[in-house]
Design a protein around this ligand. Structure first.
Ligand SMILES: Cc1cc2nc3c(=O)[nH]c(=O)nc-3n(C[C@H](O)[C@H](O)[C@H](O)COP(=O)(O)OP(=O)(O)OC[C@H]3O[C@@H](n4cnc5c(N)ncnc54)[C@H](O)[C@@H]3O)c2cc1C
Length: 413
Protein backbone atom coordinates (compact mmCIF):
# COMPACT_ATOMS: atom_id res chain seq x y z
CA UNK A 1 0.00 0.00 0.00
CA UNK A 2 1.07 3.54 -0.72
CA UNK A 3 2.56 5.36 2.27
CA UNK A 4 0.95 8.76 1.91
CA UNK A 5 -1.52 10.60 -0.28
CA UNK A 6 -1.20 14.38 -0.34
CA UNK A 7 -4.28 16.46 -1.15
CA UNK A 8 -3.50 19.85 -2.74
CA UNK A 9 -0.45 21.01 -4.70
CA UNK A 10 -0.06 24.49 -3.26
CA UNK A 11 3.09 25.48 -1.38
CA UNK A 12 2.29 23.17 1.54
CA UNK A 13 1.47 20.08 -0.52
CA UNK A 14 4.53 20.57 -2.74
CA UNK A 15 6.80 20.97 0.28
CA UNK A 16 5.37 17.79 1.81
CA UNK A 17 6.00 15.95 -1.46
CA UNK A 18 9.60 17.15 -1.66
CA UNK A 19 10.26 15.97 1.89
CA UNK A 20 8.73 12.55 1.12
CA UNK A 21 10.93 12.26 -1.99
CA UNK A 22 14.00 13.03 0.15
CA UNK A 23 12.95 10.28 2.59
CA UNK A 24 12.16 7.73 -0.12
CA UNK A 25 8.54 7.39 0.97
CA UNK A 26 5.90 6.40 -1.57
CA UNK A 27 3.23 9.02 -2.21
CA UNK A 28 0.75 10.45 -4.67
CA UNK A 29 -0.09 14.13 -4.85
CA UNK A 30 -3.60 15.07 -6.01
CA UNK A 31 -4.48 18.55 -7.24
CA UNK A 32 -7.97 19.71 -8.19
CA UNK A 33 -6.91 22.47 -10.56
CA UNK A 34 -5.25 22.07 -13.96
CA UNK A 35 -2.07 23.62 -12.52
CA UNK A 36 -0.02 23.57 -9.34
CA UNK A 37 0.70 26.49 -6.99
CA UNK A 38 -2.70 27.17 -5.42
CA UNK A 39 -2.61 30.76 -4.18
CA UNK A 40 0.88 31.25 -5.64
CA UNK A 41 0.33 31.34 -9.38
CA UNK A 42 1.58 33.70 -12.10
CA UNK A 43 -0.07 34.90 -15.31
CA UNK A 44 2.81 35.42 -17.78
CA UNK A 45 0.71 35.95 -20.88
CA UNK A 46 -2.08 38.52 -20.57
CA UNK A 47 0.05 41.65 -20.02
CA UNK A 48 3.19 40.32 -21.69
CA UNK A 49 4.96 40.28 -18.29
CA UNK A 50 4.61 38.14 -15.18
CA UNK A 51 1.71 39.12 -12.92
CA UNK A 52 1.01 37.22 -9.72
CA UNK A 53 -2.64 36.47 -9.08
CA UNK A 54 -1.94 35.76 -5.42
CA UNK A 55 1.35 35.74 -3.52
CA UNK A 56 3.97 38.12 -4.86
CA UNK A 57 6.32 39.22 -2.08
CA UNK A 58 8.96 37.19 -0.39
CA UNK A 59 8.18 38.35 3.14
CA UNK A 60 10.96 38.51 5.72
CA UNK A 61 13.64 37.55 3.17
CA UNK A 62 16.40 37.08 5.76
CA UNK A 63 14.28 34.50 7.61
CA UNK A 64 12.42 33.09 4.63
CA UNK A 65 13.48 29.52 3.76
CA UNK A 66 12.49 30.17 0.13
CA UNK A 67 14.91 33.08 -0.33
CA UNK A 68 17.80 30.86 -1.54
CA UNK A 69 15.59 29.71 -4.45
CA UNK A 70 15.82 33.18 -5.96
CA UNK A 71 19.54 32.84 -6.60
CA UNK A 72 19.42 29.12 -7.31
CA UNK A 73 17.04 29.63 -10.23
CA UNK A 74 18.38 33.06 -11.25
CA UNK A 75 15.14 34.90 -10.54
CA UNK A 76 14.82 38.68 -10.30
CA UNK A 77 13.67 40.35 -7.10
CA UNK A 78 13.67 43.96 -5.96
CA UNK A 79 15.88 43.83 -2.89
CA UNK A 80 15.57 46.60 -0.36
CA UNK A 81 12.70 48.61 0.94
CA UNK A 82 9.77 49.31 -1.36
CA UNK A 83 8.82 52.95 -1.82
CA UNK A 84 5.55 53.57 0.04
CA UNK A 85 3.30 56.52 -0.79
CA UNK A 86 -0.07 57.74 0.39
CA UNK A 87 -2.65 59.68 -1.63
CA UNK A 88 -5.22 61.89 0.03
CA UNK A 89 -7.91 63.86 -1.79
CA UNK A 90 -6.35 63.05 -5.14
CA UNK A 91 -2.81 64.16 -4.28
CA UNK A 92 0.25 62.16 -3.30
CA UNK A 93 1.47 63.30 0.10
CA UNK A 94 4.77 65.07 0.48
CA UNK A 95 7.52 62.90 1.94
CA UNK A 96 7.37 64.46 5.41
CA UNK A 97 3.61 63.81 5.66
CA UNK A 98 4.10 60.28 4.34
CA UNK A 99 6.77 59.69 7.00
CA UNK A 100 4.41 60.97 9.72
CA UNK A 101 1.72 58.65 8.47
CA UNK A 102 4.10 55.67 8.26
CA UNK A 103 5.30 56.35 11.84
CA UNK A 104 1.72 56.43 13.11
CA UNK A 105 0.88 53.15 11.37
CA UNK A 106 4.05 51.50 12.70
CA UNK A 107 3.34 52.76 16.22
CA UNK A 108 -0.17 51.27 16.07
CA UNK A 109 1.17 47.88 15.01
CA UNK A 110 3.85 48.01 17.73
CA UNK A 111 1.21 48.86 20.34
CA UNK A 112 -0.94 45.92 19.29
CA UNK A 113 2.07 43.61 19.53
CA UNK A 114 2.99 44.92 22.99
CA UNK A 115 -0.53 44.82 24.45
CA UNK A 116 -1.50 41.46 23.07
CA UNK A 117 1.15 39.73 25.21
CA UNK A 118 -1.46 39.57 27.96
CA UNK A 119 -3.63 36.61 28.82
CA UNK A 120 -6.83 37.86 27.23
CA UNK A 121 -7.20 37.14 23.55
CA UNK A 122 -9.39 40.05 22.51
CA UNK A 123 -10.24 41.42 19.06
CA UNK A 124 -7.38 43.54 17.69
CA UNK A 125 -9.77 46.52 17.52
CA UNK A 126 -9.88 46.63 21.35
CA UNK A 127 -6.16 47.46 21.36
CA UNK A 128 -6.43 50.40 19.02
CA UNK A 129 -4.80 53.58 20.23
CA UNK A 130 -6.70 56.82 20.61
CA UNK A 131 -7.58 57.89 17.10
CA UNK A 132 -4.90 59.98 15.45
CA UNK A 133 -5.03 61.84 12.14
CA UNK A 134 -3.94 58.73 10.24
CA UNK A 135 -6.20 56.28 11.96
CA UNK A 136 -8.36 55.46 8.94
CA UNK A 137 -5.26 54.69 6.93
CA UNK A 138 -3.97 52.46 9.71
CA UNK A 139 -7.25 50.52 9.77
CA UNK A 140 -7.13 50.13 6.00
CA UNK A 141 -3.51 48.90 6.31
CA UNK A 142 -4.58 46.40 8.93
CA UNK A 143 -7.24 45.00 6.61
CA UNK A 144 -4.65 44.86 3.83
CA UNK A 145 -2.43 42.71 6.05
CA UNK A 146 -5.08 40.40 7.47
CA UNK A 147 -7.86 40.36 4.89
CA UNK A 148 -10.40 40.97 7.68
CA UNK A 149 -11.32 43.99 9.84
CA UNK A 150 -9.55 44.25 13.20
CA UNK A 151 -12.75 43.42 15.10
CA UNK A 152 -12.67 39.93 13.56
CA UNK A 153 -9.02 39.20 14.27
CA UNK A 154 -7.49 37.61 17.38
CA UNK A 155 -4.94 39.97 18.95
CA UNK A 156 -2.66 37.20 20.21
CA UNK A 157 -2.71 35.47 16.87
CA UNK A 158 -1.93 38.67 15.00
CA UNK A 159 0.90 39.54 17.36
CA UNK A 160 2.50 36.13 16.90
CA UNK A 161 3.17 36.74 13.22
CA UNK A 162 6.91 37.13 12.61
CA UNK A 163 7.98 39.78 10.14
CA UNK A 164 11.57 40.88 9.87
CA UNK A 165 10.71 44.24 8.28
CA UNK A 166 11.29 43.70 4.59
CA UNK A 167 9.38 42.35 1.59
CA UNK A 168 10.92 41.59 -1.79
CA UNK A 169 8.67 41.52 -4.84
CA UNK A 170 9.55 38.63 -7.15
CA UNK A 171 9.56 40.21 -10.59
CA UNK A 172 9.38 36.88 -12.44
CA UNK A 173 6.44 35.89 -10.25
CA UNK A 174 6.18 33.95 -7.01
CA UNK A 175 4.03 31.40 -8.82
CA UNK A 176 6.76 30.91 -11.41
CA UNK A 177 9.35 30.42 -8.67
CA UNK A 178 7.29 27.82 -6.85
CA UNK A 179 6.53 26.00 -10.11
CA UNK A 180 10.22 26.00 -11.06
CA UNK A 181 11.11 24.52 -7.69
CA UNK A 182 8.44 21.82 -8.13
CA UNK A 183 9.36 20.77 -11.68
CA UNK A 184 10.47 17.30 -10.63
CA UNK A 185 7.50 16.57 -8.36
CA UNK A 186 4.87 14.24 -9.85
CA UNK A 187 1.38 15.74 -9.49
CA UNK A 188 -1.96 14.38 -10.65
CA UNK A 189 -3.76 17.47 -11.93
CA UNK A 190 -7.54 17.86 -12.23
CA UNK A 191 -7.92 15.13 -9.65
CA UNK A 192 -9.88 16.49 -6.69
CA UNK A 193 -10.32 14.40 -3.58
CA UNK A 194 -14.07 14.20 -3.02
CA UNK A 195 -14.26 11.77 -0.08
CA UNK A 196 -11.78 10.42 2.45
CA UNK A 197 -12.71 7.31 4.39
CA UNK A 198 -10.35 7.06 7.33
CA UNK A 199 -12.18 4.87 9.84
CA UNK A 200 -11.00 1.47 8.55
CA UNK A 201 -8.23 -0.61 10.08
CA UNK A 202 -5.78 -0.66 7.24
CA UNK A 203 -5.50 2.95 6.26
CA UNK A 204 -7.41 5.53 4.35
CA UNK A 205 -9.32 5.47 1.08
CA UNK A 206 -9.46 8.59 -1.07
CA UNK A 207 -12.12 8.93 -3.74
CA UNK A 208 -11.62 11.11 -6.80
CA UNK A 209 -13.52 11.38 -10.11
CA UNK A 210 -10.57 9.50 -11.66
CA UNK A 211 -10.67 6.58 -9.27
CA UNK A 212 -9.94 5.47 -5.74
CA UNK A 213 -6.62 5.18 -4.01
CA UNK A 214 -5.52 3.73 -0.72
CA UNK A 215 -2.70 4.89 1.53
CA UNK A 216 -1.53 4.47 5.09
CA UNK A 217 -1.95 8.20 5.82
CA UNK A 218 -3.04 11.45 4.20
CA UNK A 219 -1.64 14.96 4.28
CA UNK A 220 -4.48 17.37 3.69
CA UNK A 221 -3.01 20.60 2.35
CA UNK A 222 -6.08 22.55 1.24
CA UNK A 223 -7.31 25.90 2.55
CA UNK A 224 -9.53 26.19 5.62
CA UNK A 225 -12.12 27.70 3.26
CA UNK A 226 -12.23 24.43 1.33
CA UNK A 227 -12.33 22.36 4.54
CA UNK A 228 -15.09 24.49 6.09
CA UNK A 229 -17.23 24.18 2.95
CA UNK A 230 -17.07 20.37 3.14
CA UNK A 231 -15.69 20.17 -0.40
CA UNK A 232 -14.08 16.93 0.82
CA UNK A 233 -16.42 14.60 2.70
CA UNK A 234 -14.77 12.77 5.56
CA UNK A 235 -16.11 9.39 6.67
CA UNK A 236 -16.40 9.37 9.59
CA UNK A 237 -16.70 13.14 10.03
CA UNK A 238 -13.71 14.96 11.41
CA UNK A 239 -13.83 15.19 15.22
CA UNK A 240 -15.51 18.25 16.73
CA UNK A 241 -12.24 19.81 17.96
CA UNK A 242 -10.85 19.73 14.41
CA UNK A 243 -14.04 21.11 12.87
CA UNK A 244 -14.01 23.90 15.42
CA UNK A 245 -10.39 24.78 14.61
CA UNK A 246 -11.26 24.96 10.91
CA UNK A 247 -14.30 27.16 11.60
CA UNK A 248 -12.21 29.49 13.79
CA UNK A 249 -9.69 30.10 11.00
CA UNK A 250 -11.88 31.64 8.30
CA UNK A 251 -10.25 33.08 5.21
CA UNK A 252 -10.22 36.84 4.71
CA UNK A 253 -10.51 38.58 1.37
CA UNK A 254 -7.95 39.99 -1.04
CA UNK A 255 -8.65 40.17 -4.76
CA UNK A 256 -6.60 41.66 -7.54
CA UNK A 257 -6.83 43.35 -10.88
CA UNK A 258 -3.73 44.23 -12.93
CA UNK A 259 -3.86 46.64 -15.85
CA UNK A 260 -1.41 47.48 -18.60
CA UNK A 261 -0.78 50.98 -19.99
CA UNK A 262 0.54 51.93 -23.41
CA UNK A 263 2.80 54.58 -21.85
CA UNK A 264 3.62 55.95 -18.39
CA UNK A 265 0.98 58.30 -16.98
CA UNK A 266 2.35 57.92 -13.42
CA UNK A 267 4.88 60.73 -13.37
CA UNK A 268 8.19 59.57 -11.86
CA UNK A 269 6.75 56.66 -9.87
CA UNK A 270 8.68 53.44 -10.30
CA UNK A 271 8.13 50.37 -8.10
CA UNK A 272 5.87 52.13 -5.64
CA UNK A 273 3.24 50.85 -3.24
CA UNK A 274 0.55 53.53 -3.19
CA UNK A 275 -2.36 53.54 -0.77
CA UNK A 276 -5.20 56.03 -1.20
CA UNK A 277 -6.53 57.18 2.17
CA UNK A 278 -10.11 56.03 1.70
CA UNK A 279 -10.71 54.48 5.10
CA UNK A 280 -11.27 50.89 6.19
CA UNK A 281 -14.35 50.43 4.01
CA UNK A 282 -12.23 50.82 0.89
CA UNK A 283 -8.89 49.22 1.66
CA UNK A 284 -7.03 49.37 -1.64
CA UNK A 285 -3.34 49.32 -2.60
CA UNK A 286 -1.80 50.06 -5.96
CA UNK A 287 1.52 48.53 -6.98
CA UNK A 288 2.66 51.07 -9.54
CA UNK A 289 5.19 50.34 -12.29
CA UNK A 290 7.04 47.59 -10.54
CA UNK A 291 10.35 46.93 -12.26
CA UNK A 292 9.65 49.97 -14.48
CA UNK A 293 6.86 48.16 -16.35
CA UNK A 294 3.78 50.16 -17.32
CA UNK A 295 1.55 47.94 -15.21
CA UNK A 296 -0.48 48.70 -12.09
CA UNK A 297 -1.65 45.84 -9.89
CA UNK A 298 -4.50 46.80 -7.58
CA UNK A 299 -5.17 44.83 -4.43
CA UNK A 300 -8.62 45.12 -2.91
CA UNK A 301 -8.78 44.01 0.70
CA UNK A 302 -11.36 42.84 3.21
CA UNK A 303 -15.14 42.87 2.75
CA UNK A 304 -14.81 45.55 0.04
CA UNK A 305 -12.72 43.12 -2.05
CA UNK A 306 -15.36 40.44 -1.81
CA UNK A 307 -18.25 42.78 -2.66
CA UNK A 308 -16.52 44.41 -5.64
CA UNK A 309 -15.21 41.14 -7.08
CA UNK A 310 -18.77 39.81 -6.96
CA UNK A 311 -19.64 42.54 -9.48
CA UNK A 312 -16.91 41.23 -11.78
CA UNK A 313 -13.63 42.21 -13.42
CA UNK A 314 -15.17 45.25 -15.13
CA UNK A 315 -16.32 46.77 -11.82
CA UNK A 316 -12.87 46.27 -10.27
CA UNK A 317 -11.17 47.73 -13.34
CA UNK A 318 -13.47 50.77 -13.46
CA UNK A 319 -12.85 51.41 -9.77
CA UNK A 320 -9.07 51.18 -10.15
CA UNK A 321 -8.98 53.40 -13.23
CA UNK A 322 -11.24 56.03 -11.59
CA UNK A 323 -9.06 56.16 -8.47
CA UNK A 324 -5.83 56.31 -10.48
CA UNK A 325 -7.26 59.05 -12.71
CA UNK A 326 -8.23 61.06 -9.62
CA UNK A 327 -4.55 61.03 -8.61
CA UNK A 328 -2.69 61.10 -11.96
CA UNK A 329 -5.20 62.78 -14.25
CA UNK A 330 -7.32 61.68 -17.21
CA UNK A 331 -4.25 60.52 -19.15
CA UNK A 332 -4.65 57.29 -17.15
CA UNK A 333 -7.93 56.58 -18.95
CA UNK A 334 -6.45 57.32 -22.36
CA UNK A 335 -3.57 54.91 -22.12
CA UNK A 336 -5.05 51.96 -20.21
CA UNK A 337 -5.28 48.84 -22.39
CA UNK A 338 -8.21 46.44 -22.40
CA UNK A 339 -6.16 43.49 -21.22
CA UNK A 340 -6.94 42.66 -17.64
CA UNK A 341 -5.54 40.18 -15.16
CA UNK A 342 -8.26 39.45 -12.63
CA UNK A 343 -8.26 37.23 -9.55
CA UNK A 344 -11.33 36.59 -7.43
CA UNK A 345 -10.10 34.20 -4.76
CA UNK A 346 -13.43 34.24 -2.92
CA UNK A 347 -15.23 32.56 -5.80
CA UNK A 348 -12.44 30.12 -6.58
CA UNK A 349 -14.10 26.85 -5.47
CA UNK A 350 -10.72 25.29 -4.61
CA UNK A 351 -9.56 28.19 -2.39
CA UNK A 352 -12.52 30.37 -1.16
CA UNK A 353 -10.67 33.41 0.24
CA UNK A 354 -7.15 34.75 0.70
CA UNK A 355 -5.55 33.68 4.02
CA UNK A 356 -6.81 32.63 7.42
CA UNK A 357 -7.20 34.96 10.40
CA UNK A 358 -7.95 33.40 13.80
CA UNK A 359 -11.17 34.61 15.37
CA UNK A 360 -10.83 36.61 18.63
CA UNK A 361 -10.31 34.26 21.56
CA UNK A 362 -9.15 31.45 19.30
CA UNK A 363 -5.44 31.96 18.77
CA UNK A 364 -5.01 28.27 19.71
CA UNK A 365 -6.90 27.19 16.57
CA UNK A 366 -3.72 27.06 14.45
CA UNK A 367 -2.07 24.49 16.71
CA UNK A 368 -5.29 22.48 16.69
CA UNK A 369 -5.45 22.61 12.91
CA UNK A 370 -1.85 21.38 12.71
CA UNK A 371 -2.62 18.49 15.09
CA UNK A 372 -3.08 15.12 13.31
CA UNK A 373 -6.23 13.05 13.69
CA UNK A 374 -5.44 9.56 14.97
CA UNK A 375 -1.97 9.66 13.41
CA UNK A 376 -3.62 9.12 10.06
CA UNK A 377 -4.86 12.48 8.82
CA UNK A 378 -2.22 15.21 8.83
CA UNK A 379 -3.02 18.83 8.07
CA UNK A 380 -0.82 21.44 6.41
CA UNK A 381 -1.14 24.89 4.91
CA UNK A 382 -0.62 28.55 5.69
CA UNK A 383 -3.36 28.47 8.35
CA UNK A 384 -1.52 25.75 10.26
CA UNK A 385 1.70 27.71 10.78
CA UNK A 386 1.94 29.69 14.00
CA UNK A 387 4.56 32.31 13.04
CA UNK A 388 4.47 32.76 9.27
CA UNK A 389 0.71 32.29 8.92
CA UNK A 390 -0.80 33.67 5.75
CA UNK A 391 2.48 33.39 3.86
CA UNK A 392 3.89 31.03 1.26
CA UNK A 393 6.84 30.18 3.46
CA UNK A 394 4.52 29.40 6.39
CA UNK A 395 2.59 27.03 4.16
CA UNK A 396 5.85 25.51 2.90
CA UNK A 397 7.22 24.90 6.40
CA UNK A 398 3.94 23.42 7.58
CA UNK A 399 4.00 21.01 4.61
CA UNK A 400 7.48 19.85 5.56
CA UNK A 401 6.41 19.45 9.20
CA UNK A 402 3.33 17.42 8.23
CA UNK A 403 5.47 15.11 6.08
CA UNK A 404 7.90 14.56 8.96
CA UNK A 405 5.06 13.89 11.40
CA UNK A 406 3.34 11.48 9.03
CA UNK A 407 6.56 9.54 8.44
CA UNK A 408 7.25 9.33 12.17
CA UNK A 409 3.74 7.99 12.76
CA UNK A 410 4.12 5.39 10.02
CA UNK A 411 7.47 4.28 11.44
CA UNK A 412 5.96 3.94 14.91
CA UNK A 413 2.92 1.95 13.69
C1 LIG B 1 -4.17 37.92 -3.23
C2 LIG B 1 -3.17 37.22 -2.37
C3 LIG B 1 -1.94 37.79 -2.13
C4 LIG B 1 -0.99 37.13 -1.37
N1 LIG B 1 0.24 37.69 -1.20
C5 LIG B 1 1.22 36.99 -0.58
C6 LIG B 1 2.56 37.44 -0.62
O1 LIG B 1 2.84 38.48 -1.21
N2 LIG B 1 3.51 36.70 0.02
C7 LIG B 1 3.21 35.53 0.66
O2 LIG B 1 4.12 34.89 1.21
N3 LIG B 1 1.94 35.07 0.68
C8 LIG B 1 0.94 35.75 0.06
N4 LIG B 1 -0.33 35.26 0.00
C9 LIG B 1 -0.64 34.04 0.74
C10 LIG B 1 -0.11 32.77 0.05
O3 LIG B 1 -0.46 32.78 -1.29
C11 LIG B 1 -0.71 31.56 0.74
O4 LIG B 1 -0.52 31.65 2.14
C12 LIG B 1 -0.08 30.25 0.29
O5 LIG B 1 0.14 30.22 -1.10
C13 LIG B 1 -1.02 29.13 0.71
O6 LIG B 1 -0.47 27.87 0.34
P1 LIG B 1 -1.19 26.55 0.82
O7 LIG B 1 -0.42 25.41 0.27
O8 LIG B 1 -1.46 26.60 2.27
O9 LIG B 1 -2.66 26.57 0.16
P2 LIG B 1 -3.14 26.74 -1.34
O10 LIG B 1 -2.23 27.62 -2.10
O11 LIG B 1 -4.58 27.13 -1.25
O12 LIG B 1 -3.02 25.29 -1.94
C14 LIG B 1 -4.03 24.33 -1.76
C15 LIG B 1 -4.20 23.54 -3.04
O13 LIG B 1 -5.19 22.53 -2.82
C16 LIG B 1 -5.98 22.40 -3.99
N5 LIG B 1 -7.23 21.76 -3.61
C17 LIG B 1 -8.29 22.30 -2.96
N6 LIG B 1 -9.24 21.36 -2.76
C18 LIG B 1 -8.75 20.21 -3.29
C19 LIG B 1 -9.26 18.88 -3.37
N7 LIG B 1 -10.48 18.54 -2.89
N8 LIG B 1 -8.49 17.92 -3.97
C20 LIG B 1 -7.26 18.24 -4.47
N9 LIG B 1 -6.74 19.49 -4.42
C21 LIG B 1 -7.48 20.46 -3.81
C22 LIG B 1 -6.12 23.83 -4.47
O14 LIG B 1 -6.48 23.87 -5.83
C23 LIG B 1 -4.71 24.39 -4.21
O15 LIG B 1 -3.88 24.21 -5.32
C24 LIG B 1 -1.28 35.88 -0.79
C25 LIG B 1 -2.53 35.28 -1.04
C26 LIG B 1 -3.46 35.94 -1.83
C27 LIG B 1 -4.78 35.26 -2.11
Amino acid sequence: MLDIVIIGAGAAGLAAARRLIEKNASFRLLEAKPHIGGRAVTDRVTLGAPVDLGAHWLHSPTLNPLTPLVDRYLFHVERGEEDFRVARNGAILENHERDECASYVEACFARIAALSDGERDCPVSELFPVRGAWHDLFEASFIAKQGVPAAQSSARDFARYVWEGDDWPILDGFGTLLARHAEDIPVELETPATRIAWGGRAGIVVETPRGVLEARAAIIAVSTGVLAADVIRFAPSLPDWKRRAIADLPLGNCNKVALGFTRNPFADLDTVMLMPDLGPDESVEFVVREGGRNIVATMFNGPFAKALAAEGARAMTDYAVTQLAAIFGSEVKRCVTDRIVFADWDRDPWIRGCYAAARPGRYAARAELAQPVEDRLFFAGEAAHDRYMGDVHGAYLSGEAAAEAALAALRAA
